[in-house]
Design a protein around this ligand. Structure first.
Ligand code: ZN
Length: 329
């Protein structure tokens, strides 16, 4: 008996890939519609917020949310009763901690800029919704001109590749702080990382490697794009960066994970967080950032603050701070 080998041409492979892509997109849009006014999309075009800043517009799209152990809400150095009071005031008393993931999108003229790219499909099933949110907002991935990364943790970086490990934003220039890139690509980083987080290193290396031709670095203090300045907010990771957007007399700080918990980061900024790679440094960074934000009354967008994560910092009479959410104008 003879068998005929099955020959799959390149064209057939590409067609299969395209069909699967279309299927995934329709399925994704279907599930987005089913969610209605749920956590993922509250408005018709999936933008959680849109604010006019100068002659551009700043929006927030949801990448979904994370599911983390409640231990993220139980730092050392705080009295049990005080912590219980804090967490109940912010309704953070469940068995899990589920912070939102807010992607900022800046559109000005022909420029379409994403601040971080979400988790992609291989990190957590509750995150990685950015491609659907972009599609519902009418933005083609190929039209994104720039990606500015706050840092290279999975929920911010892994969305750089699609389900097929192809570039999700093939025409974008991707910028990351030089020290952040060096840290993740350093051959010694994997061995120096606790086992529970080694997948972060392997995942960062594969994505940064795959996208290497798109990637360029910046230094803190640099104007990375017109009206967008890179601000040193290290501690969460070695090269963690926030981005100050200044246009037409308006300013907004995209803080990334420098202020990542709506209760603890503001009310107890110096308490160590298991989310931070250098907890002491992250605490000092938060303290000076909060002082500056409260003094300047500059608005901010926090990646993990309750969606859309837009608001200001206010001083509390007790001496710490609180986050005051704002609607866009
Ligand atoms: Zn994060």
């Amino acid at each position: 008996m003879t068998t005929t080998p099955v020959v799959v041409s390149t064209e057939m492979m590409e067609s299969l890939r395209m069909n699967r892509r279309q299927f995934l997109h329709s399925a994704a849009l279907g599930s987005l519609a089913c969610l209605g006014a749920g956590r993922v999309a509250a408005s018709i075009d999936s933008r959680e917020l849109t604010a006019a800043i100068g002659d551009g517009s700043l929006s927030v799209l949801s990448d979904g949310h994370l599911q983390l152990p409640a231990s993220f809400l139980h730092p050392q150095g705080i009295d049990d009763a005080e912590l219980d009071d804090l967490l109940s005031r912010y309704q953070l008393t469940g068995a899990a901690y589920e912070p939102d993931c807010n992607i900022s999108l800046w559109q000005q003229g022909d420029r379409i800029v994403l601040f971080d790219v979400g988790a992609g499909s291989q990190f957590m099933s509750t995150a990685g919704r950015l491609p659907m949110a972009l599609e519902a907002a009418g933005i083609e991935p190929g039209s994104v001109t720039d990606v500015l990364l706050t840092h290279a943790h999975p929920d911010h970086l892994w969305g750089l590749l699609d389900d097929f490990d192809d570039l999700q934003f093939p025409n974008a220039s991707v910028r990351i702080h030089r020290g952040e890139l060096d840290y993740w690509l350093d051959g010694d980083t994997l061995g120096a990382t606790p086992e529970a987080r080694q997948s972060f290193v392997v995942g960062a290396q594969s994505r940064l490697g795959r996208a290497s031709e798109q990637i360029a670095t910046f230094e803190w203090g640099e104007e990375v794009l017109p009206g967008i300045e890179a601000i040193d907010t290290q501690g969460h990771t070695p090269g963690h960066t926030s981005f100050a957007l200044h246009h037409g007399g308006d300013s907004v700080l995209i803080v990334g994970d420098a202020l990542n918990n709506v209760a603890l980061s503001f009310e107890y900024p110096t308490l160590p967080s298991p989310a931070d790679q250098d907890p002491a440094l992250a605490g000092r960074t938060r303290t000076s950032l909060l002082d500056r934000m409260a003094t300047d009354q500059m608005r901010l967008i926090g990646f993990h603050l309750p969606t859309p994560g837009f608001g200001r910092v206010q001083r509390n009479p007790a001496g710490a701070y609180r986050f005051v959410a704002e609607e866009a104008q």
